[in-house]
Design a protein around this ligand. Structure first.
Ligand SMILES: Cc1ncc(COP(=O)(O)O)c(C=O)c1O
Length: 414
């Protein structure tokens, strides 16, 4: 059935197997480990001669159902659900790079990813080169013999720039390298990995995939389209021989994911399989509300600037429309001129919540310069487009008139 279902139907039915007593929700298998009747049967599972679960750090039936659904939504492949979006990114890069290797990454990244790449990975001998993701020639010119992967966000958080992912995929593939895409902001609904040409797609499922903001999670989807037999990947040789196109997933599952231990909790996987069912409906509303709020903010006298790829005069509008059609995501940023007025604007909001998250059903705001990016030097903040007056808004699915009234009240009082 799944082969013929369209995206919105896969959100509801994808990966679902009949549950006990005809249950139509994914059963929560809240068990650390799984028993076998004989020593021979458990050996067979350990050696991969039989299919089965062993221990929830390695795999779990509830999590597997989520993984099947997410892989289908990305246009096919294999998925590994993780404890968080950061765990998905860490597991992915640790699977691909070794000490001495380099990553070529977008300079416009979520703060946590930037910190992982700049501060943590460098202590393990991995160098990350940051390049403006809109500068395709710069990306191309920065590939060298040590580069092992290209990493980019579909829409940079919080810079909201929109890289041309299919062109970056071409650059990566010409160099024999995989393109890893963090698609948290766009979700598979705006355009999936198959459409964009990404080899590995990562989501923080804590955001739009979850919906009401109830759990932290992440996922890595290996589309099974990259050839891991190239000279840059001798460490994939044994996995490529046996698992061919899915050598990445095999190496991740059998080594890094198993050893790092950042597995998804079964109850979170259950919440995610529930939440994701309404993704298409919510994303339509997030995008529509974000456009309405962006247009309102543009016309408000206390607003110095607005950044939203859905605005006709946004420099990102053309690429965003080509890649994502008429939906431009639920994130926008705007400035009020200085930090003091930005704080007063946030403090004046009643309905929108001031917190560090995006993609919740509720409208959320944050002042990144004093929170997520507080410890970054000015040059890094500039690279990420974080100015002192910037307010990031993750526009929720409430009535758009209520959202606009909330911002109007706060801004009128400045
Ligand atoms: C684009 C993006 N990627 C990854 C992450 C990290 O996800 P998590 O908080 O689930 O670890 C975030 C978190 O905000 C994000 O915005």
């Amino acid at each position: 059935m799944e082969k013929t279902l369209r995206f919105d139907s896969l959100l509801v039915h994808g990966g679902l197997e009949a549950g006990p007593a005809g249950a139509t929700s994914v059963p929560v298998v809240q068990s650390s480990s799984f028993a076998y009747a004989t020593a021979e049967a458990l050996e067979d599972v350990f050696r991969g001669r039989a299919v089965g679960q062993v221990y929830t750090r390695l795999g779990n039936p509830t999590t597997e159902a989520l993984e099947r659904r997410l892989a289908l939504l990305e246009g096919g492949g294999a998925a590994i659900a993780t404890a968080s979006g950061m765990a998905a990114i860490t597991t992915t890069v640790m699977t691909i790079v070794r000490a001495g290797d380099e990553i070529l990454a977008s300079s416009s990244l979520f703060g946590g990813t930037f910190s992982l790449f700049r501060d943590t990975l460098s202590t393990f001998g991995v160098t990350v080169r940051f390049v403006d993701p809109l500068d395709l020639d710069g990306f191309s010119a920065s590939v060298n013999e040590r580069t092992r992967l290209l990493f980019v966000e579909t829409i940079g958080n919080p810079k909201l720039d929109v890289p041309d992912i299919p062109k970056l995929a071409e650059i990566a593939h010409q160099a024999g390298l995989p393109l890893v895409v963090d698609a948290t902001v766009t979700t598979p609904y705006l355009a999936n990995g198959a459409v964009l040409g990404a080899d590995i797609v990562i989501h923080s499922t804590s955001m739009y995939i979850n919906g009401p903001g109830t759990s932290i999670g992440g996922v890595i989807i290996d589309r099974g389209v990259f050839n891991w037999s190239g000279p840059q990947f001798p460490h994939f040789e044994q996995f490529h021989k046996k698992y061919r196109a899915f050598a990445f997933t095999a190496r991740a599952r059998k080594l890094v994911h198993k050893d790092v231990g950042a597995c998804a909790a079964p109850f979170n996987s259950f919440l995610l399989t529930e939440g994701i069912q309404t993704l298409a409906l919510r994303m339509d509303r997030h995008c529509g509300n974000a456009l309405a709020l962006a247009r309102f903010l543009k016309g408000h006298p206390k607003v110095a600037w607005v950044n939203y790829p859905g605005l006709d005069d946004s420099p990102q509008h053309e690429v965003a429309s080509r890649l994502y059609g008429t939906r431009y995501g639920g994130l926008l940023t705007f400035g009020t001129g200085d930090k003091g007025s930005a704080f007063r604007a946030i403090n004046g909001l009643n309905m929108a919540k001031n917190l560090a998250n995006i993609g919740d059903a509720k409208t959320l705001v944050i002042h990144p310069a004093s929170t997520i990016c507080a410890d970054y030097p000015a040059a890094d903040k500039a690279l990420m487009g974080v100015t002192e007056d910037l307010i990031r808004v993750s526009v929720g699915i409430e009535d758009p008139d209520d959202i606009i009234e909330d911002f109007k009240r706060a801004l009128d009082a400045l």
